[in-house]
Design a protein around this ligand. Sequence first.
Ligand SMILES: [Zn+2]
Length: 111
Amino acid sequence: MSEELAGNKSKFIRVWKQIDGEEIKKQLLYIDDLYGTCGNCKKLGLNYIKDKKCPECGTHFKYLATKITNPAEVGKILARIQKENLDLTLIEREDYERANARDAVKDLFKS
Ligand SMILES: [Zn+2]
């Protein structure tokens, strides 16, 4: 069924999107594979399929950040999100961290 859903027409394409950094920060789960770390309290071993929120601090996850760049591996995560019908957006951890670093530099020059 899920195979059919994914179909041949469905492709994974990287999209640039402007998102509120603070919003991400409050709803972020870092993942390397199936397991991840809460972006808020750093609790380890969270499963993005099962843990819709952090059992430790109650953060409701809406974003997944990953360092995985291999398209096949990323595709697997996206397929899983689709199959389980999860309300999660996958972002590149590097993009996110780079954006944050840029903010930090900006703050530095503010004063
Ligand atoms: Zn947490």
